[in-house]
Design a protein around this ligand. Structure first.
Ligand code: ADP
Ligand code: MG
Length: 671
């Protein structure tokens, strides 16, 4: 049932009035009105609109019209500054709580929340481990609990985050009047999960058409010629029979750049290094191209972004980090120089083309040699069973209340940081642990006045306290480091007083202060009898995640080889096949179809490399003991242990990066 058909005309006029007066838009975009009406009627709702489809309005407008607070949870709040500023410019009180906020700013925001003045509060999902915040927010009337990137709640999604399960629990416990779950990409299975976890009736899930008639969608199998492997050591596999129709990626890509009308272009690549080199090569060929990736300074990235937004022919060669926060309507081309990680990523990335509805081209170059590098991201996140068991034993060797740094756990147990966090969240969700408010273990400060100048302003007792405090800090160049717990014990003063004093001095302009070394408090709720079994089940979860990621890459390859309309096949993945072929994808346009990818190269493993690896393992029994660790080294996949002892600089690192990881792992296990 279409809400706009049965709703009365005056309600519709009223909504359009608010839309135009408060937001400056004449009409709703598809799905917006339906979602807003359902929410205003008190029903929890899910929306699946493509990126740029106008999801935010679905909570911004109810936020104005509902009595209580609208709480917006998004992992990308750093990118939402513009959105919040835009709301403020329209006189809509919105704020965000981010981790850089000082204590006073935090308090000021929470005062606005309590007074009822604030309409929207944006927070990151991590905020819900903060006890003080949770307690404060439980006392506030939440009219709408909006969860962005809600597909993260599903294990079937491409970006599962177990902390989203905690969010769903919180939505219940804070008794939010209604929930809005938003995402740009959800398969039917993922949408089911979103509805189930957030208590949304299936008929309140709104999907807008995913089909974009203005996009030409090309998928081109290519060979990888003349490229040196990413770590610069090994030329890639040869001796594979390639079908003659598979052509050189660079020849095709540069030809496309030359022959197509210039226009704003995003070129997606997998590695930062490729972003740099490809942008350089394009620039050398006279194309206005610049790289964009997570390894660049924030200011530099912002500059590239602004340059791109303001230009009608700029080319940005980017890793996936690019494009999330920007809304540029006239992107004419989106290339995938390397394949995307999943169809979900693909749909989002090509969704940045042609938002002005004018003809635009998306072309994916699919090269089987790229699969190792892409798969290694997934393999690198799986810890060894030994590492997981070490972590589990260490956690439960603690007393009932303990604190830990996820960074330390990561480097002590050789598990990537984000994976440590995931494993701990699983222990929490299984009822073994309870997480408490994080705190900072170290404070760093840079004096802006001499200590004499500072101290004269205080009475004798306070002056002595501050002088003692300063003496506890150790100096590193211009910054001083203070281990706050140790200082608190040594001085016999409560930790709180120390922190307050530093905050106060920072506020007075006496020093610049920053907190570092986040530690998390935990309570052991249920100490498992069989630690090995707990470790095995966590390890099994990690392996399952790995299998899902690898399968997702396989789906991208399957799309390229699909014998039928590819746009329809992509739509079908998201529950929306087209009624007839699109007429503007490789398959519909193409002469030789279906496209066939060449077989994956399976190069031989040089026995000499293996024996060198085994002798290196004897030198580093801890770092390289588990077969997975040694396989990682050979495949060029770094890990916390390797970084600690600089093994990623060793000549063996990445020697077998042209061999699929499971093949290397198996050989190492047998050796
Ligand atoms: P999403 O979150 O779905 O990617 P946004 O909410 O960021 O999309 O909106 C994308 C753009 O569309 C923004 O610039 C927004 O101001 C604009 N927009 C939203 N709703 C409308 C509308 N009804 N009419 C015109 N523009 C709109
Ligand atoms: Mg959005």
């Amino acid at each position: 049932m279409n809400a706009s058909e049965n709703g009365d005309g005056s309600e519709r006029r009223e909504l359009l009035r608010v839309l135009s007066e408060r937001f400056g838009f004449k009409e709703f975009k598809p799905g917006q009105e339906d979602a807003i009406r359902r929410l205003l009627a008190g029903r929890s709702t899910a929306v699946v609109f493509p990126t740029g489809g106008g999801k935010s309005l679905c909570y911004q407008m109810p936020a104005l019209l509902l009595p209580g607070l609208t709480l917006v949870v998004s992992p990308l709040i750093a990118l939402m500054k513009d959105q919040i500023d835009a709301l403020a410019a329209r006189g809509i009180a919105a704020r965000r709580l981010d981790s850089t906020l000082s204590l006073d700013d935090y308090r000021a925001v929470m005062d606005e929340v309590r007074s009822g003045r604030l309409r929207l509060l944006y927070v990151a999902p991590e905020r819900f481990v903060n006890e003080r915040f949770c307690e404060a927010i439980q006392r506030v009337r939440i009219s709408l609990f909006a969860v962005d990137e809600a597909h993260c709640i599903s294990e079937w999604g491409h970006n599962f985050r177990p902390d989203y399960l905690r969010l769903a629990q919180f939505a219940h416990s804070c008794r939010a009047d209604r929930v809005l779950a938003l995402t740009a990409t959800a398969t039917p299975q993922v949408l089911d999960d979103m509805c189930r976890f957030f208590d949304i009736e299936p008929q309140c899930a709104i999907r807008t058409g995913f089909y974009r008639p203005n996009l030409t969608m090309l998928a081109t199998p290519v060979t990888d010629d003349g490229r040196v492997s990413e770590n610069g050591t090994v030329p890639l596999g040869s001796g594979v029979d390639l079908p003659t129709e598979a052509r050189s990626r660079d020849a095709l890509f540069f030809e496309a750049m030359r022959s197509r009308e210039p226009g704003p272009t995003i070129v997606y690549v997998t590695l930062q290094r490729t972003a740099e080199t490809l942008a350089e090569r394009l620039a050398a060929a006279g194309v206005p191209a610049r790289p964009y990736h997570a390894g660049m300074e924030d200011a530099q990235r912002e500059e590239v972004q602004n340059w791109f937004i303001g230009s009608d022919r700029a080319v940005v060669v980017a890793t996936i980090a690019f494009g999330m926060g920007i809304d540029k309507r006239n992107v004419r081309y989106v290339y995938h120089y390397n394949p995307p990680k999943s169809l979900e990523n693909y749909a989002q990335e090509i969704g940045r083309a042609g938002r002005d509805d004018r003809p635009s081209v998306c072309e994916m170059f699919f090269c089987v040699e790229d699969l190792n590098v892409l798969e290694n991201f997934a393999y690198g996140d799986t810890p060894s069973l030994e590492a997981v068991e070490g972590l589990v034993r260490a956690i439960f060797a603690n007393s009932a209340d303990f604190d830990a740094s996820e960074y330390e756990l990561s480097s002590t147990h050789d598990i990537r940081f984000t994976v440590v966090r995931t494993l701990l969240t699983y222990l929490e969700l299984a009822g073994h642990l309870q997480r408490g408010t994080p705190f900072y273990a170290t404070y760093q400060f840079k004096p802006l006045r001499t200590s004499a100048e500072i101290l004269t302003r205080f009475d004798a007792e306070r002056g002595k306290f501050l002088a003692d405090l300063f003496r506890q800090a150790t100096r590193a160049k211009t910054w001083f480091h203070l281990d706050i717990d140790r200082a608190s014990r040594t001085l016999g003063q409560p930790r709180d007083r120390l922190v307050r004093a530093l905050d106060y001095l920072a506020e007075q302009g006496d020093l610049e202060l920053r907190a570092a070394g986040v530690r998390h408090r935990f309570k052991v709720l249920d100490r498992p009898a069989d630690l090995k079994a707990v470790a095995c089940s966590l390890y099994e979860k990690a392996l399952a995640r790995e299998r899902r990621e690898i399968a997702r890459l396989g789906q991208v390859a399957a799309l390229v080889e699909h014998d039928g309309c590819q746009v329809s096949a992509l739509g079908a993945h998201f529950g929306e096949p087209l009624p007839q072929p699109c007429g503007h994808c490789s398959w519909c346009l193409g002469g030789n179809r279906p496209a066939r990818l060449p077989p994956r190269p399976r190069p031989e493993i040089d026995p000499a490399v293996l024996s060198q690896a085994l002798s290196l393992r004897r030198e580093h029994p801890t770092e390289l003991g588990p077969a997975r660790s040694l396989a990682r080294l050979l495949c060029g996949v770094s890990s916390p242990y390797q970084i600690r002892v600089k093994l990623q600089k060793h000549s063996l690192f990445g020697t077998l990066s042209h061999v699929p990881f499971p093949v290397v792992l198996e050989r190492v296990e047998k050796a």
